[in-house]
Design a protein around this ligand. Structure first.
Ligand SMILES: *Cc1c(COP(=O)(O)O)cnc(C)c1O
Length: 362
């Protein structure tokens, strides 16, 4: 079989070592003679796994003691609704920073629950180059119960690397596609959330990191599965959690710790992204339309500016073992998602293919 590299934006590739471990212990987990997915979430072994995964995740991401980590269901989109249900309080409204598809979708969902103001924080110049133009909201942020933004727009490949200045207001971040990709000062945030299926594990589990003082203020009608207080008090087990997905996330955390933690992973991520963007910048055949300071380390978008050639590129890349490079349907072109699990060899293979394709089709 040819070596396959999977550039899917999500669900995305998992570390091979993790899949191998899951395979090896699938039929007999912890010497119980059953798989992890067949045992009670309240039993000794799963309780230990849950506690250990919390500990490992905190260690990996340097999470301060005054934050809780919740392991929930419903994906990032579930949080689009849960956040206003839990965080809207005395001020009665929230500010949403719009930088692309996901931040706009979060704002749209929040409108069902509260009053919001929305600010566009990106601009597209005459050449089509997208850049983030505003990150300081300290003059207005305190009128709001929270300020929401998306750290990495998965579809366009726009990353906001500077944490927005919101003064003393509560900052909420959708980190679905770049959580654990690099070190970050958690204490700047009130709440961080991420669906697992990009950089943490498989689909079906959602991580919420929430500062303790923000827990316990949910509106009356909040369903208990969406209520941070009931979930925090129940160690994220008010009902049956997605045990198999949680187990795989736990293996990923152990794997990342073994690889040297987020610092080491970040260095490798920066190297991968730099290789790919350097190649794009050196090419006249391919184009990337994100301003340099806002180029995503995780999702690299590019195009030949010709729909037929783009389609040919995707088809031939697939043949060559480079999978899922088709851009999102709202944008077209190509997208290489190079999350934590993508080895540097995958990026090198992609660049070699791109170069060959450019020479053959120029
Ligand atoms: C994928 C993604 C989502 C949607 O996640 P679901 O878990 O499918 O709800 C939201 N935000 C960002 C930034 C994403 O990349």
């Amino acid at each position: 079989m040819t070596q396959i590299y999977n550039f899917s934006a999500g669900p995305a590739m998992m570390p091979k070592a993790v899949l191998e471990q899951a395979q090896a212990e699938l039929l007999n987990w912890q010497n119980q003679g059953t798989s992890v997915m067949e045992v009670s979430h309240r039993g000794k072994y799963f309780s230990e796994l849950a506690a250990q995964s919390d500990k490992d995740f905190r260690e990996l991401y340097h999470i301060p003691d005054n934050y809780k980590v919740l392991f929930l269901q419903g994906g990032a989109r579930g949080q689009f609704a849960a956040i206003p249900m839990n965080l809207i309080g005395k001020k009665g409204k929230a500010l949403y920073l719009n930088s692309g598809h996901w931040s706009a979708t979060a704002a749209k969902e929040a409108r069902n629950f509260c009053e919001i103001d929305e600010i566009n924080i990106t601009e597209t110049d005459a050449n089509g180059l997208i850049s983030v133009v505003r990150t300081d909201f300290s003059d207005i942020a305190e009128q709001y119960d929270y300020v929401h933004y998306c750290t990495n727009e998965t579809i366009s490949g726009v990353e906001i690397k500077e944490i927005p200045n919101v003064g003393n207001a509560v900052l909420v971040a959708d980190m679905s596609s770049n959580i654990l990709s690099g070190e970050i000062d958690i204490s700047q945030f009130g709440l961080i959330y991420a669906g697992a299926q990009k950089n943490l594990g498989p689909a079906g589990i959602t991580i919420v990191i929430v500062r303790e003082d923000l827990i316990g203020h949910a509106r009356q009608a909040t369903p208990s599965i969406w209520n941070y207080e009931t979930q925090a008090n129940a160690d994220s087990m008010i009902n049956t959690p997605p045990t198999f997905a949680w187990y795989l996330c736990a293996l990923v955390f152990k794997h990342l710790l073994k690889e040297g933690g987020v610092k080491a992973v970040e260095a490798r991520n920066l190297k991968k992204a730099e290789l790919l963007y350097q190649y794009l910048d050196s090419s006249t055949f391919y184009h990337n339309y994100i301003a340099k300071p806002n180029r995503s380390v995780m999702n690299v978008t590019f195009t030949t500016n010709n729909d037929e050639l783009n389609a040919k590129f995707v088809a031939e890349a697939t043949q060559a073992g480079l999978q899922a490079l088709k851009g999102h349907k709202v944008l077209g072109g190509m997208r290489a998602s190079i999350y934590n699990a993508m080895p540097i060899e995958g990026v090198e293979a992609l660049i070699a293919f791109m170069d060959k394709f450019a020479k053959e089709n120029n």
